[in-house]
Ligand binder design. Structure first.
Ligand SMILES: [Ca+2]
Ligand SMILES: [Ca+2]
Ligand SMILES: [Ca+2]
Ligand SMILES: [Ca+2]
Length: 233
């Protein structure tokens, strides 16, 4: 083999060697770039870590709202968040306040909710804008010792408890020194001349004395059932 040919062969081998080294280098770079993350490393992420990561704010501070997240980025969650609660501000009703606790609202506090209308207390208990509405009123004078007056007192109580929860009984015990003026005013207003007690006023009507549930009692019951305007004035 001539010296020229031997030189040419050596150069060819050298070039091939460089080419192989180059290809191997490229291959290694590609492998490194596309390599999957080490599976052992990935397994160190817990579910809790991922949740924290997910909940981490990725934006500017926002107004704090009740969501169990630190929206305004002051490192406190749901701090100082309250809201008004309750159904009404009419009559006795009052709004209350509830507090945010880790994304949940507390019970409403200090609110007053509607109840059944209580007659004669001069309050709008059911918060419908009317005071003591749909109430029935009986004005009842007796001396607190005559049996007929005491029987009537028991009967009126029964009526209120069993049939007319909206009945207001204005009871006046009349003695020589007490409630004479109220009795006199009622008698004058209703044009009544009757000196004995009990004496009962229902709307524009009045009932003298009291006998039994079946007689006077029935009379009182019928008057109450027929009453259209029997509020206490
Ligand atoms: Ca906060
Ligand atoms: Ca929040
Ligand atoms: Ca009312
Ligand atoms: Ca009332």
């Amino acid at each position: 083999m001539s010296q020229k040919k031997r030189f040419s062969k050596t150069v060819t081998f050298a070039m091939l060697f460089i080419l192989i080294i180059f290809i191997m280098g490229c291959s290694k770079t590609v492998d490194e770039k596309t390599a999957e993350p080490d599976s052992q490393e990935e397994s160190t992420w817990t579910k809790e870590d991922l949740t924290k990561l997910k909940n981490q704010p990725t934006q500017e501070p926002q107004p704090e709202i009740c969501n169990n997240i630190d929206d305004d980025l002051d490192e406190e969650i749901d701090e100082d968040i309250t809201q008004e609660c309750g159904s009404s501000t009419i009559g006795i009703c009052k709004k209350g306040i509830e507090y945010c606790e880790k994304g949940f609202w507390s019970n409403c506090e200090n609110n007053i909710e509607p109840t059944n209308e209580i007659c004669g207390n001069n309050l709008d208990d059911d918060c419908d804008g009317e005071t003591d509405e749909d109430c029935l009123c009986i004005t009842f004078f007796h001396n607190n010792y005559t049996p007929s007056g005491l029987f009537e007192k028991d009967f009126l109580k029964k009526l209120k408890n069993n049939k007319f929860p909206n009945l207001e009984i204005k009871e006046y015990i009349v003695t020589q020194n007490e409630n004479q003026d109220v009795l006199t005013a009622h008698k004058q207003k209703h044009n009544v001349n009757f000196e004995l007690l009990p004496l009962t006023f229902i709307g524009d009507n009045h009932i003298r004395g009291y006998a039994t549930e079946q007689t006077t009692g029935k009379e009182i019951l019928d008057l109450l059932l027929a009453c259209t305007d029997c509020n206490c004035d």
